[in-house]
Design a protein around this ligand. Structure first.
Ligand SMILES: [Zn+2]
Length: 275
């Protein structure tokens, strides 16, 4: 499988990269190297987060030092994770003015698109049914699929990306797979689907294996997505170090899933094309 991976490159100052991240930390673990490379080429870089990662209850229990975090605890986890994601973006060279957070509910994207396209979904993690975090793109918008589609479309139209890096529909996490489909629909409607490449984070029930920080690691595509046309970016030592720093900015995540996050600090990053 690995022999089929072809090199990715050739970025220039005319490029505009948009990373679409369902949760805080996805941008760093999947795109922490390529964001630096594209920025170094003089191109514009931007990130949009779909959720604030406010449904990670085990995580919240540890942060709050109590067994059941409750709705307030989940809300403050979301606030913390948004700050962490902005810190990570700064480390990767993405200016604050090119970071957008939509503020939709972690773990709720599939329900929003399937059952709540035009009626509000209520998060059973936070109890909210509207975008509530300050600085969200569409503060006060109901958790409805159509609003999510509208907001992500508005970000794409503002950034005018020449390259979009989004999760693949084959990612095992439902928020990731749903984000993938919305991205594909929006880019298809704009006749720009060829500008999308796809990363994967959740696959094969534990990819990349083994977990933990192995600086000589070269990622091979997971079995689940091995039929895709994969390209790779080889990272320099410096790019790997800065990627590790960006991942380390996600302190609440490191507290509970350090070996998982660290497994993505490898000599390469993988992206699948539509071909
Ligand atoms: Zn994620």
């Amino acid at each position: 499988v690995y022999d089929a991976v072809v090199p990715l490159g050739g970025f220039g100052s005319e490029d505009s990269l948009l990373v679409i991240a369902p949760h805080p930390d996805d941008e760093s673990i999947s795109c922490g190297g390529i964001l630096q490379r594209v920025r170094a080429a003089g191109a514009k870089v931007a990130i949009v987060w779909i959720t604030d990662g406010d449904a990670f209850e085990l995580d919240a229990a540890i942060i709050e030092r109590r067994p059941i975090p409750g709705k307030k605890g989940m809300e403050s986890l979301g606030t913390l994770r948004r700050v962490e994601s902005l810190n990570a973006a700064a480390i990767l060279g993405v200016p604050r003015s090119r970071c957008s957070s939509l503020g939709y509910p972690d773990g709720g994207l599939r329900s929003m698109m399937v059952d709540h396209y035009d009626s509000p979904y209520i998060s059973n993690h936070t109890g909210y049914s509207v975008v509530h975090a300050p600085d969200s793109l569409a503060l006060g918008s109901a958790y409805e699929g159509r609003n999510l589609v509208r907001d992500l479309g508005a970000v794409i139209d503002r950034i005018k990306p020449t390259l979009v890096l989004a999760p693949t529909p084959l990612d095992e996490h439902s928020d990731h797979a749903v984000t993938a489909q919305i991205t594909i629909d929006l880019m298809t409607a704009r006749q720009t689907l060829s500008q999308v490449k796809y990363w994967i984070v959740h696959a094969d029930g534990g990819w990349p294996h083994p977990r933990g920080l192995i600086k000589s690691r070269i990622l091979a595509p997971p079995q689940r997505a091995s039929m895709l046309h994969w390209e790779e970016l080889r990272l320099t030592d410096s790019e790997m170090e800065i990627k590790l720093k960006a991942i380390s900015a996600h302190r609440t995540q490191l507290a509970v899933m350090r070996p998982f996050l660290h497994a993505f600090v490898a000599r390469n990053e993988l992206f699948a094309s539509n071909a």
